[in-house]
Design a protein around this ligand. Structure first.
Ligand code: UVW
Length: 349
């Protein structure tokens, strides 16, 4: 393809279909017509916040590389910006100011994975040597900090440096595009309870048929598993058995399920569990990805993944109203170069 960053495109991928320089993937399908149709789903005007408090899950058991947020006041020389009385620096002033900083591991809690989150070792340029490549043939970002530069809190050179491990596929592209469209909820929790259940195509199709749920091109598909509710119930002190062994998750090795994701044209795949897909995935002979659904969605199709959302109250409300569709508005942070981002999505019914 003229202008492409690749000579070989991965089997089953859509690289190039949205243009050689595309960085949005299936978010391109959120056309003005589809957003208008999504807005038509607003019937009752009821809203649901689909974010966990960003302090959940609590601790670092779920993913030892990710830590809870640090939140504290900023400083000014010799002072802390908390209840700061302006009269201390300007005579006669009556204001009192507070000002915070936060250290966020961007994928700790309710989040979007950008297309820079998961790539693959792939021979895109046809030289016979596999190298790290991401959606549409993009290479990773540059200027990434080495581990020796990280402090215990996960920061380095806080005031000085911004790095860009997301590089050309950072989350800012989703932020700029406007993450808004028709949400469709599939209520796995209602049918499967809180048991850890791998969900392949057959089970998914059965549940959708039972609830009369249909998924179309450009839909933002939300899988309610109940995991987010378990996190809320554990209040920041999670039981490792629940973290690693509860609730439904997609079976990323199910080829029929991956074909369904390809064929429906869904724009994004979202769940209230840790990784959308079951981890660890079912064993597979090497070479094979450890996160097969991440590979299929982020790397091959440009389908953004939403994880650790909070979908339980929305699922209950939709069921009570006999509905599965709604307007979903879910912007990430407009943080150039970031691999992922917290989100505070809103469902409007
Ligand atoms: C992993 O690395 C498992 O990432 P996430 O589940 O947040 O996509």
């Amino acid at each position: 393809m003229r202008g492409a960053r690749w000579v070989n495109r991965p089997e089953g991928s859509n690289w190039g279909d949205f243009g050689p320089d595309d960085r949005l993937g299936r978010i391109n399908l959120l056309t003005p017509e589809r957003v208008r149709a999504a807005a038509a789903e607003v019937i009752d005007g009821v809203r649901h916040c689909l974010s966990l408090p960003l302090t959940l899950p609590g601790g670092s058991e779920l993913n030892p590389n990710r830590r809870p947020p640090v939140l504290r006041p900023t400083r000014r020389p010799g002072e802390v910006n908390f209840n700061f009385e302006m009269r201390r620096i300007q005579d006669g002033r009556t204001d009192v100011l507070s000002d915070d900083l936060a250290v966020l591991h961007l994928q700790y809690s309710t989040q979007w994975d950008s297309l820079a989150h998961a790539g693959a070792l792939f021979d895109a340029d046809g030289d016979g040597i596999p190298e790290p490549v991401y959606y549409n043939g993009y290479r990773a970002g540059v200027d990434v900090l080495g581990p020796e530069e990280l402090t215990d809190s996960g920061f380095a050179d806080l005031d000085e440096r911004t790095t860009s491990s997301g590089g050309p596929l950072g989350i800012e592209h989703l932020a700029r595009a406007g993450a808004q469209g028709r949400g469709v909820l599939i209520d796995l929790r209602h049918h499967l309870g809180d048991e850890r259940t791998p969900v392949g195509y057959d089970l998914l199709a059965e549940i959708m048929a039972a609830d009369g749920v249909e998924v179309g091109e450009g839909d933002l598909v939300c899988l309610h598993t109940g995991f987010g509710q378990r996190l809320v119930d554990m209040g920041g002190d999670p039981d490792p058995e629940v973290l690693h062994g509860a609730c439904a998750a997609l079976d990323g090795r199910d080829e029929r399920l991956k074909r369904w994701i390809t064929e429906t044209g869904l724009a994004a795949l979202i769940a209230d569990n840790y990784a959308v897909e079951q981890l660890p995935a079912r064993p597979a002979d090497p070479p094979a990805p450890a996160l097969p659904l991440h590979e299929h969605c982020l790397f091959k199709l440009g389908v953004h993944l939403g994880e650790l959302w909070y979908l339980t109250p929305l699922a209950a409300d939709l069921r009570a109203r006999g509905r599965s569709r709604f307007l979903l508005t879910a912007p990430p942070l407009h943080l150039p170069g970031a691999v992922g981002s917290p989100a505070n999505p809103i469902a409007t019914l």
